[in-house]
Ligand binder design. Structure first.
Ligand SMILES: NC(=O)C1=CN([C@@H]2O[C@H](COP(=O)(O)OP(=O)(O)OC[C@H]3O[C@@H](n4cnc5c(N)ncnc54)[C@H](OP(=O)(O)O)[C@@H]3O)[C@@H](O)[C@H]2O)C=CC1
Ligand SMILES: O=C(O)[C@@H]1CCC=N1
Length: 275
């Protein structure tokens, strides 16, 4: 369990998910801080645990071993430039969770010589079921890599990727991924009610089925395709549904959608690097 002092710049949805996961993993609230001008966001974080918060980022940076940059990509430049002097004084390990923003851009805005880990977590971090891809710039030592991995793995799966551009694909698969599964759950719930189930029953069946399928796939020694085949009786109900999904272009749609997410990640980096 990490005993490093970890500060968050930006205390919104994703910071709350990571902080919640860290607290649930046993990290002490005394080691967690957050800066955010939005007092409602800070209040929400304090409801997770007795962490130190400030509406002024500069208050929380001195003494931090790790600084997690958790503001929207569009704000990264201005926020980095605001905190650059404090960061250069303390030289904490920087962990950015911002979609698309490259380590080179962060280094340009914060000043050179900093150890920067870029990562792409997801919101199930809150319940320690997150999935994170990580990439380290060349200034990151082995000890700092271990520290970053230790922090993110407290919130779920944490995997290093080979190249920085792989983070665009990670963003498409797992960063945005919870939203695809939530959409699928919404669609199954709606279809269930259209078939005559009451909304509560449709909800509970859809949620438990999503949970059961995911848990079974995680625990299984065969792949998802084989698990799907085991549900699909010849000429039965599943076969009819799956054929309709395949004929409707489900796989192509998913492939195009994830390509869109990855392209947007890369585009965000390019759009904002020159700002
Ligand atoms: N949400 C997700 O599922 C994921 C998000 N990310 C990344 O995480 C980052 C944050 O996203 P998310 O948590 O969804 O966004 P949120 O808008 O929920 O959180 C950002 C927070 O930063 C605050 N903020 C605004 N200006 C400053 C400032 N100058 N200093 C400090 N804080 C400031 C915002 O306040 P206010 O609301 O008043 O603007 C808000 O509370 C993004 O870069 C995103 O790409 C990565 C993985 C998954
Ligand atoms: O939608 C977004 O841009 C962020 C990054 C991944 C999930 N949410």
């Amino acid at each position: 369990m990490s005993t490093a002092t970890i500060g968050f710049i930006g205390g919104g949805n994703m910071a709350a998910s990571i902080i919640g996961g860290l607290l649930a993993s046993g990290v002490s609230a005394a080691n967690l801080r957050a800066g955010d001008p939005n007092s409602d966001s800070l209040q929400r974080l304090r409801e997770l645990g007795d962490i130190t918060t400030s509406e002024n980022n500069g208050d929380i940076i001195p003494g931090c071993d790790v600084l997690v940059l958790a503001v929207k990509p569009q704000l990264m430049k201005v926020v980095c430039e605001q905190i650059a002097a404090d960061v250069q004084t303390g030289k904490p390990l920087i962990i950015s969770i911002a979609a698309g923003i490259t380590a080179a851009s962060i280094e340009r805005w914060l000043g050179s010589g900093l150890a920067i880990v870029r990562c792409m977590p997801n919101t199930p971090a809150l319940i320690r079921c997150g999935a994170t891809g990580l990439f380290a710039n060349s200034a990151v030592s082995e000890a700092e890599k271990a520290l970053a991995e230790n922090i993110l793995s407290a919130t779920g799966l944490a995997l290093w990727v080979d190249t920085e551009s792989d983070l665009d694909a990670v963003t498409a698969v797992s960063g945005s991924g919870p939203a695809y599964f939530f959409l699928m759950i919404e669609a199954i719930q709606q279809a269930g009610t259209e078939l005559g189930l009451n909304a509560d029953t449709a909800n509970r069946l859809a949620l438990q089925t999503a949970f059961g399928a995911s848990r079974m796939a995680l625990d299984s020694d065969v792949d998802a395709a084989e698990l799907r085949r085991r549900v699909t009786s010849p000429n039965g109900t599943t076969q009819r549904a799956i054929e309709i999904m395949e004929e409707g272009g489900f796989r192509t749609l998913m492939s195009t959608a994830l390509r869109g997410a990855a392209d947007r990640s890369e585009e965000l980096g390019r759009e904002l690097e020159g700002e």
